[in-house]
Design a protein around this ligand. Structure first.
Ligand code: S3P
Length: 448
């Protein structure tokens, strides 16, 4: 099925978006190991998080629905599942990788499987460190299905070779399940919802950010230069015999979903507000990007709930100017690159995106998917091994967009269509259900 998309004549208004997907996954999976119930409000009703809830249930968690988007996750006395049960993780990389870690630290054994897209995503990044900790994992040439057989694990220290919150979280959950200490060092800081939630739910976890120091410049000793005293930026230490006590978590709106509506404001020069959205500093790089390309970003009602910052965000678009994206900025924008690429097409000048090879192994090969769809709008887009070169232009034509079965590609180009000069279509629009089934409804609320 295709969906027709017409350019918007008028844009503006205030909406709220469903709860943060990353945080919701973590509540569901951590409940397997919790010593008390976890009451979660703001739990989103998307397909990805449903996979994590189903997985939790298969280990004995009871999911009680208290109200709309409000669940009580009642842990089992002891997590249990029949040996070698197949747990279907659907399309969800977060479910797969976090659950693999968690099971690795128990005395249970499961087989993790997923849909075609998930089965093509790399899993060595969790198999190798979890095996080094002492678990037994048998993958299928680096992919799903994976058999995970939990073992008694050894205390573990690991410097992350890939910037990945999923891998970091897998190792922390392995340590939590096994009761052994885990020290993780990150060269590139990734989202820290696992650490914050572990702390909020009563676990013994230490987070240390390494600050740069000033030292004399070797070329000109009268000058000083900033250097990092270590080869990493952050150290996370989960103590041995850490336990989760349970508690309450209120999930803020998902900033990665809100990003699509902020982009609409950006490309139209209009104003859009998203209320009560997550503002965890490891997730706000998109707001910095919007400012850098010429938008106005205002934040009101900032507060911390359940260990996470949130607030109301208002974005007003302006004359957009291209900005280079690389290094830690790319890491911070990891889920937003599809919509960044769309904004690049609407910006004056050439946007170069580098250090984004990870985009090739997301729900689709996002570099190719973005290029395909930008070219359908007659935008010039070059694909690099690790990025894209996008020539901004005026009066972009509409296109027949292909979602490649990827929710963020579908949403990014549904937004692009609003700013095009002619009509567009998108195939498989229901793929938005992976993270935001309400996506088109919310779009209708702020467009005419
Ligand atoms: C996520 C981490 C990121 C992100 C994904 C969700 C998480 O993946 O792209 O959508 O919830 O930990 P990587 O860890 O593979 O970078």
């Amino acid at each position: 099925m295709k969906r027709d998309l017409k350019p918007a004549r008028k844009i503006g208004g205030a909406i709220s978006v469903p709860g943060d997907k990353s945080i919701a996954h973590r509540t569901a999976l951590m409940s397997i190991l919790s010593n008390g119930p976890i009451d979660v409000s703001g739990f989103p009703d998307n397909a990805d998080c449903a996979a994590s809830l189903r997985a939790a249930e298969s280990f004995g968690v009871t999911v009680e629905k208290l109200a709309d988007n409000h669940v009580r996750l009642q842990p089992p006395d002891q997590p249990n599942i029949e040996a070698e049960t197949i747990v279907d993780c659907g399309n969800s990389g977060t479910t797969t990788r976090l659950l693999a870690g968690l099971v690795a630290g128990t005395d249970l054994a499961v087989i993790l499987s997923g849909d075609e897209s998930l089965s093509s995503r790399p899993m060595k990044r969790i198999v190798e460190p979890l095996t080094a900790m002492g678990a037994e994992l048998i993958d299928s040439e680096g992919h799903l299905p994976i058999t995970v057989r939990g073992r008694k694990l050894l205390p573990f220290e690991y410097q992350m070779p890939v910037a990945s919150a999923q891998v970091k979280s897998a190792l922390l959950l392995a340590g939590l399940a096994a009761g052994c200490s885990v020290t993780i060092r990150e060269e590139f800081i990734t989202r820290d919802h696992t650490e914050l939630m572990l702390r909020h739910l009563g676990t013994n976890i230490e987070i240390r950010e390494i600050k740069p120091i000033m030292e004399p410049d070797p070329v000109d000793p009268r000058k000083k230069r900033r250097v990092m005293p270590e080869s990493f930026r952050k150290e996370i230490i989960l103590g041995a015999r850490s336990k989760l006590t349970g508690g309450e978590i209120d999930i803020p709106g998902d900033i990665s979903t809100a990003a699509f509506y902020f982009a609409l404001a950006a490309l139209s020069g209009q104003t859009v507000t998203v209320t009560d959205v997550g503002l965890n500093p490891t997730r706000t790089a998109f707001l910095d990007y919007l400012k850098a390309i010429g938008c106005k970003v205002e934040i009101d009602n900032r507060l911390i709930v359940s260990g996470e910052v949130r607030g109301d965000v208002t974005v007003t678009g302006g004359e957009l100017k291209a900005r280079k994206i690389a290094g830690e900025t790319t890491v911070g924008l990891i889920d937003e690159i599809p919509i960044v690429a769309v904004l690049a097409a609407f910006s004056e000048g050439e946007t170069v995106i580098r250090d984004a090879a990870e985009l090739r192994v997301k729900e689709s090969n996002r570099l190719e998917a973005i290029a395909h769809n930008l070219r359908a709008m007659s935008v010039s887009c070059g694909v690099l091994e690790d990025g894209l070169i996008i020539e901004g232009k005026k009066d972009l034509s509409g296109g027949d967009f292909v979602s490649f079965g990827d929710h963020r590609i579908a949403m990014a180009f549904a937004i692009a269509a609003q700013g095009a000069v002619g009509p567009s279509t998108i195939d498989n629009p229901e793929v938005v259900d992976i993270s935001c089934p309400q996506f088109f409804e919310l779009l209708d609320q702020i467009t005419q």
